[in-house]
Ligand binder design. Sequence first.
Ligand code: NAD
Ligand code: LMR
Length: 329
Amino acid sequence: MTRTPVNVTVTGAAGQIGYALLFRIASGHLLGADVPVKLRLLEIPQGLKAAEGTAMELDDCAFPLLRGIEITDDPNVAFDGANVALLVGARPRTKGMERGDLLEANGGIFKPQGKAINDNAADDIKVLVVGNPANTNALIAQAAAPDVPAERFTAMTRLDHNRAISQLAKKTGAAVTDIKKLTIWGNHSATQYPDIFHAEIAGKNAAEVVSDQQWLADTFIPTVAKRGAAIIEARGASSAASAANAALDHVFTWVNGTADGDWTSMGIPSDGSYGVPEGLISSFPVTCKDGKYEIVQGLNINEFSRARIDASVAELVEERDAVRGLGLI
Ligand code: NAD
Ligand code: LMR
């Protein structure tokens, strides 16, 4: 059977994550090894030439699943008929920039892109925001797209999720595949909370296997939460291949489902679960099935976890209030 290609839009396509992402999308790692794709690359005018170079290289790979590449600096063209949108391009914080300046600069990107998605995307559009501050950028885009169901706007915390699995595997000597049900709560920032109290290592409770509260509080949580900064310090540039890999994982799981007995972490609009104010885009434990996600309900949140979830959610509330004050939502 010949499948209709899926339209995948990538913003910031000429950036370092874009370069690590596009070849893997075209080789089937976003949606599946049997799903053809058409790529739309959105860049600012200064990025178009580099995006054209990347498109030449994509052509040179002769990927069987790649059915077309279009490059544009017009969001209305980029999101026309889009089924999946990966919003990677964002304004990085530069010297002398205050947090409010950063939010405002990104509002200038994510508000028009949200509107362009609203006006042009396919009915089944799924959006993943990678560009930082990812949760609040997703909120801005979602608010500008009133005709798209809010739950289609998500923010990436899968990199944090994968980082946490890897750190836990290293500590316990387990294989990464033995670790299930780990959760990232809150914001993709240093306040995020990687929670192992419900996680399992080869079927045993992870917190009991580790049984070292000091390692948890003083090593594990800060290592995962500050990993992005540690990569920047070591590499002189922010994570790119691992971020691209996490974006592929996020969408692949959303579309193709979580495994039985496991869940993943996604930044999604809160429905009020676990005391997270409704509408905030916060990371939760979710299961995915048939292209939809659901928050895992009924987890017992201990005092240690509660304080940390609340702190990260408080930061998201602050960011939401700041962008509201700027008229961005
Ligand atoms: P980069 O600077 O290499 O590339 C960004 C690209 O976006 C540039 O090519 C730029 O021209 C383009 N761009 C800027 N404004 C645009 C617009 N309005 N429309 C289209 N394209 C636009 O950055 P990068 O390393 O690829 O990172 C991209 C973003 O991802 C950054 O905000 C980074 O902080 C973030 N990030 C998030 C995570 C996460 O886990 N959520 C992890 C790593 C990086
Ligand atoms: C990461 O987690 O690696 C990035 O979000 C860091 C950054 O500031 O780009």
